[in-house]
Design a protein around this ligand. Structure first.
Ligand SMILES: [Fe+2]
Length: 133
């Protein structure tokens, strides 16, 4: 399993959003290391919960900026946020109910979950916000 490196390729060119994303990447890496190092499921569960709450908070932050600066694609972007939260919650519930460690596939899923949205919808939003903020 590979650590995520935050570099300029992940930057959406909006400082306050980049700062949130850096934190999410950090949390993802903590989770990855906890799984690799065989930490307890209780600890991994706490990290997953922290990752989800921070993501929830961060989505609200982006949604407020989209509203403030009248971003035309805000609705579609918000729908993507809702669906990302739902898929992560489904993974979290499966993990809690399963009584086993998170699998490499699930870590891979979370990596795609995090970076896919940043490289797609967030980059597009960043271009707009960069011009109007
Ligand atoms: Fe977003």
């Amino acid at each position: 399993m590979k650590e995520l490196i935050w570099d300029q390729s992940l930057s959406v060119q909006v400082k306050e959003i980049d700062e949130d994303h850096r934190r999410l990447v950090e949390l993802f890496n903590l989770l990855l290391h906890a799984v690799e190092e065989g930490d307890t499921t209780e600890y991994v569960e706490a990290l997953l919960e922290e990752l989800l709450s921070c993501t929830n908070w961060h989505f609200k932050h982006e949604e407020r900026l989209m509203l403030k600066y009248s971003y035309a694609h805000a609705d579609a972007h918000k729908r993507e946020h809702r669906s990302l939260i739902e898929s992560a919650k489904a993974l979290q519930q499966k993990f809690i109910a399963g009584g086993r460690m998170i699998s490499a596939e699930e870590i891979e899923f979370l990596e795609q979950w995090l970076t896919g949205h940043i490289f797609g919808a967030d980059m597009e939003m960043g271009v707009y916000l960069g011009e109007v903020m």
